[in-house]
Design a protein. Structure first.
Length: 459
C-alpha cells in the first residue's frame, strides 16, 4: 500500500506539467507544420495555462499565461507577459494585475511605439510616430507622440530627441479647440497660440530647423490674423530678417550672417511692393532672392547649397517671365529658357539642378525632348520628337536597365474629330525582349504587355 501511494504521488507532477505542442500561423491559428510560422508549447499550471510560442528555429517569440488555451488577445493574459523579435529584442512587454492591464510595444530599434494602460472601463494610450518611418527624401520632420484617454486625443507633442527640450505641445479640448505651446532648445516656453472654433487666435507661432532642432522663426499674430512681428534666424542663432508692421504697411529688414544689413522690403496693402527679399531653406542656407519694383517681381535668383547662383529669372515689362538662365555649381552657364507671352518657348526647363539634370526641351513653343531622373540619380524616362513627327520614348527600371522602347503616332480618324493615338512598343526584362505590341487609344490591339510600376504609366 505504501509503494502504491509513493507511485501515485510521483505521477501527479508528471500530469501537472504535461505539455501540448501545436503549430500555428502568423495570427495564432492552428495549422500544419509545413504552413506554420511558429510552434506553441502549452502546459497547465493550476487554474491557468503557461503558453510559449517559438519561431521555427527554436527562438522564443512569446511567453505568457492565460486562463484558457484558445486565447485571442493580450487582454486575456494574466500576470506578466513578453513578446520577442526574431533577433531576441523585446517587442511587447507588460503585466495584468488584479484586472489592470499595462504594456509597452517597441519597434525593432528598441524605441517605444505604444504604451497601453487599462483600468476598469478607462483606457490611456500613448502612440509614438517616428519621423524616419515616414521619411521623405530631402524633408525632415519631428517625431510625434499622441496621448489618448478613452479613445480621445487629449495631447500631442512634436519633438526630435528629447520630450523636455525643443518641442510643440498641442492640447485638445475637442477637434476645433486646440492650444499650441512652443519651446526652445533648452525647453523654455517661447509662446503659445490657440485655435477656437477652427479660427486661430492672437498669439505666437514658432518654426524650427531639424537635425538638430533649433528655432528658425518666431511669428506674432494679432486677433485679426495679421502678422505684427516676425523674426527669422540663421542656424547660428543670428537674426536673418525682422518684419514689423500692421499687415498693410509692413517693412522687412534682412541681415547677412555677420549681422550686416543687406536690404529692406516694403509692403503695401499686404503685398510686397519695393525692395529685395531673401529666404532661407530648411537647413538655414540662402535659398532665394527676389527683387520687387512697384509691386511686381523684376528679377529672382535661386541658389545652390554652396551659395552659388543656380537659376536667374528675368521678367518682362508686362510682368511675365521673359527668360530663365541656369548655372552649374561652378558658376558657369548651363542653359537658357526663353518665354513668349509668359509661356515656355525655346530652351531647357530644368527641374532642380541641385538634385539632378531632369529637363524638358522646348522648340518654338513645343516640347521636343524630355529626360526624367529619379531620386537616386538613375535615368528612368527619355522621350524625343522625331523629324517625321513621331515621338520615340524609352523607359528604364530602378537599375537603369531598359524596360520599354516605344513610338507614338497620331493618325486621322475619319469617324471622329479627335486623332487616333497609336503606340508601337517593345518590352524588355533583364536586357531581353519579352513582349511587343500595339496600343490604340489606350486599348491593346496586338501583342501583350506586363505593367510593373509607376514609370510604366508614362507610356
Amino acid at each position: 500500500m505504501k509503494k502504491l501511494l509513493l507511485l501515485f504521488l510521483s505521477i501527479i507532477p508528471l500530469c501537472f506539467w504535461a505539455q501540448e505542442k501545436i503549430y500555428i500561423d502568423g495570427v495564432g491559428n492552428p495549422t500544419t507544420k509545413e504552413k506554420a510560422k511558429f510552434y506553441r508549447i502549452i502546459s497547465q499550471q493550476a487554474d491557468r495555462y503557461h503558453i510559449k510560442d517559438f519561431f521555427l528555429d527554436g527562438k522564443l517569440q512569446m511567453d505568457a499565461y492565460a486562463t484558457k488555451k484558445d486565447f485571442r488577445s493580450i487582454e486575456e493574459f494574466v500576470g506578466k507577459f513578453s513578446f520577442y523579435f526574431e533577433d531576441g529584442k523585446i517587442e511587447i512587454q507588460g503585466e495584468e494585475k488584479n484586472g489592470t492591464l499595462s504594456y509597452k510595444v517597441y519597434d525593432p530599434k528598441g524605441r517605444i511605439n505604444t504604451y497601453y494602460h487599462k483600468e476598469g472601463e478607462n483606457t490611456y494610450i500613448e502612440t509614438y510616430n517616428y519621423a524616419d518611418n515616414a521619411y521623405v527624401k530631402g524633408k525632415k520632420e519631428f517625431n510625434v507622440v499622441y496621448y489618448q484617454e478613452n479613445a480621445k486625443v487629449k495631447k500631442r507633442i512634436q519633438y526630435e530627441e528629447d520630450l523636455k527640450k525643443a518641442r510643440i505641445e498641442s492640447y485638445y479640448e475637442d477637434e476645433d479647440n486646440v492650444l499650441l505651446k512652443y519651446y526652445d532648445e533648452k525647453g523654455k516656453l517661447i509662446g503659445s497660440r490657440a485655435v477656437k472654433g477652427s479660427e486661430a487666435q492672437a498669439g505666437i507661432e514658432v518654426e524650427y530647423y531639424h537635425a538638430p532642432t533649433q528655432v528658425k522663426a518666431i511669428t506674432q499674430w494679432d486677433a485679426k490674423g495679421n502678422i505684427i512681428d516676425d523674426k527669422v534666424y540663421y542656424r547660428s542663432g543670428k537674426l536673418f530678417s525682422h518684419r514689423k508692421g500692421d499687415g498693410k504697411d509692413t517693412t522687412i529688414t534682412f541681415y547677412d550672417a555677420k549681422g550686416k544689413k543687406m536690404s529692406e522690403l516694403t509692403y503695401k496693402q499686404g503685398e510686397p511692393y519695393q525692395g529685395i527679399a531673401y529666404s532661407l531653406d530648411n537647413e538655414g542656407l540662402l535659398e532665394e532672392k527676389t527683387i520687387y519694383k512697384f509691386g511686381y517681381i523684376e528679377q529672382s535668383f535661386s541658389y545652390y547649397k554652396n551659395g552659388n547662383i543656380k537659376q536667374r529669372t528675368d521678367y518682362s515689362i508686362h510682368h511675365e517671365i521673359d527668360k530663365i538662365t541656369y548655372y552649374n555649381k561652378n558658376k558657369t552657364i548651363k542653359g537658357e529658357l526663353l518665354f513668349k507671352d509668359g509661356v515656355c518657348y525655346n530652351g531647357y526647363l530644368y527641374n532642380d539642378l541641385e538634385e539632378n539634370d531632369s529637363y524638358i526641351l522646348y522648340k518654338d513653343g513645343e516640347f521636343v525632348e524630355i529626360k526624367q531622373i529619379d531620386e537616386n540619380n538613375v535615368l528612368r524616362y527619355y522621350k524625343e520628337k522625331q523629324k517625321n513627327g513621331q515621338m520615340k520614348a524609352e523607359i528604364y527600371n530602378e537599375k537603369g536597365e531598359k524596360s520599354y522602347i516605344y513610338t507614338i503616332t497620331r493618325a486621322k480618324n475619319d469617324n471622329s474629330e479627335e486623332e487616333d493615338l497609336i503606340i508601337d512598343f517593345v518590352q524588355y526584362e533583364n536586357g531581353k525582349e519579352i513582349n511587343k505590341g500595339i496600343i490604340k487609344n489606350k486599348i491593346l490591339q496586338q501583342g501583350s504587355i506586363k505593367i510593373k510600376n509607376k514609370w510604366d504609366d508614362n507610356m
